[in-house]
Write a protein that binds this ligand. Structure first.
Ligand SMILES: Cc1cc2nc3c(=O)[nH]c(=O)nc-3n(C[C@H](O)[C@H](O)[C@H](O)COP(=O)(O)O)c2cc1C
Length: 400
């Protein structure tokens, strides 16, 4: 009788229990797949087989992906931010294995996907036994790895705040929960006002902060890479026009060192003209997964032609052709016209096109950097560095 009762999932207040519960569902789907393999030779793609194939397809096309994203985008980055010593070493070894498992299981799934679709549609009645076995074995080993190591580590390291953060992210991913349920238009304003996240992963104090802000930046950037934050080198660049109005856009930082922060663009774009007129800019990095922001201000100069050439040559051919074909920020009649222009450029450019003179690097030479670390109840840490006439840096704390 009890098997007929629904199998209620724990609520998202206990995200690790939800993940464990997902494993239970995965195991059920794998068992169905195994039974289907045995069923087909005798009964073909009968109604029962079609139903089973459809159920397995539905699960592995939907819920299983969300489960992988929970781990890749929340569980592992959050553990990386907290783990120290032996835990950090375990994670460093295990996280790449888990991520590779996901990729391999996706690849194995592709083999099965087509066969199961044909069975669900009743147009075929065969499944590759070896593909099924490989998929089942890989998943089983993967879940065992997570249950024996990652889950206990999360239960040890996560406090109530991290549990709430992770649960909320999982709900958002599934389109459920207070912040993402469909709200009637007049209620959206309130829903936005109610979006509220408390920060508590880390702190930044005067004794931790390095004397040299570029070293501090390097350390945070490396941590952002390690935590696999989304687009760690994406930064906002704010410039000011001749009319005094600011404008901002995202670009990718391609180099940072003691000389400053370098990105590449079209010198005839809006930002290019604004920087020619007023060579000052403000950069902003926001690494939400680590609850960190870095604000950087300074004077902007162009990189040397040699440096721009070097970087241009390092880009894939299609990106070089795009840079040549696009008069960035100038209007054009249609997408078709843009693509035609690209084709014309590609036809004429050959395999090693030269860098156009209006494309190259800008480097911001920083004179002010602020490192912001989110803390509980909006009582954040803010450490600011300011460059002095003699090139040294002063450091001070700002109120949140
Ligand atoms: C993630 C991301 C990365 C980008 N990287 C660059 C870049 O490295 N260089 C660039 O010129 N534009 C980049 N862009 C496009 C810019 O945001 C912007 O649209 C373009 O530079 C034109 O800006 P402007 O008209 O203000 O000059 C990027 C946009 C995004 C969203």
């Amino acid at each position: 009788m009890t098997s007929l009762l629904p199998d209620p999932a724990p609520d998202f207040g206990q995200p690790i229990a939800v993940l464990k519960h997902c494993h239970g569902r995965i195991r059920k789907q794998l068992a169905t797949l195994d039974k289907l393999l045995a069923h087909l030779p005798e009964f073909g793609a009968d109604a029962q087989a079609r139903q089973a194939a459809a159920a397995v397809l539905k699960y592995f096309e939907g819920a299983a992906h969300l489960h992988h994203e929970d781990e890749e985008q929340d569980l592992i980055p959050m553990l990386r931010a907290l783990a120290q010593g032996e835990d950090a070493a375990t994670l460093q070894a295990l996280a790449p294995v888990i991520l590779q498992d996901h990729k391999d299981m996706d690849a194995l799934w592709q083999d099965l996907h087509e066969q199961l679709t044909a069975i669900a549609e009743g147009t075929a009645a065969t499944l590759s036994a070896s593909a099924v076995q490989r998929f089942i074995q890989r998943y089983a080993a993967h879940m065992e790895r997570e249950e024996s190591t990652l889950a206990p580590m999360a239960l040890r390291l996560f406090g109530p705040e991290q549990m709430a953060q992770m649960g909320a992210a999982m709900q958002r991913r599934r389109g459920i929960g207070a912040t993402t349920t469909t709200v009637a238009a007049p209620a959206i304003g309130q829903a936005v006002a109610d979006l509220r996240k408390d920060y508590g992963q880390a702190s930044l104090n005067e004794t931790d902060a390095m004397d040299d802000p570029m070293l501090q930046f390097t350390q945070w950037f490396e941590q952002a890479l390690k935590a696999e934050v989304n687009e760690p080198n994406a930064m906002s660049v704010a410039t000011v026009g001749a009319n005094g109005r600011p404008s901002s856009r995202i670009v990718l930082v391609k180099q940072f060192d003691e000389r400053g922060f370098t990105w590449y663009t079209n010198y005839d774009s809006r930002k290019g003209h604004e920087l020619d007129d007023r060579p000052y800019a403000a950069l902003l990095f926001f690494w939400s997964e680590l609850e960190r922001q870095v604000r950087i201000e300074g004077r902007v100069e162009r990189t040397s032609s040699e440096e721009s050439d070097r970087y241009f040559r390092s880009r894939p051919l299609k990106s070089r052709l795009s840079a040549i074909a696009s008069q960035q920020s100038a209007p054009i009649g249609s997408r078709a016209e843009l693509e035609q222009h690209y084709e014309d450029v590609a036809r004429q450019a050959g395999e090693d096109p030269a860098r156009p003179g209006n494309w190259g690097g800008f480097r911001l030479v920083p004179d002010r950097l602020e490192f912001w670390q989110g803390r509980r109840s909006r009582f954040h840490d803010r450490i600011v560095y300011e460059r002095q006439e003699d090139g040294s840096w002063t450091r001070l704390r700002l109120q949140p």
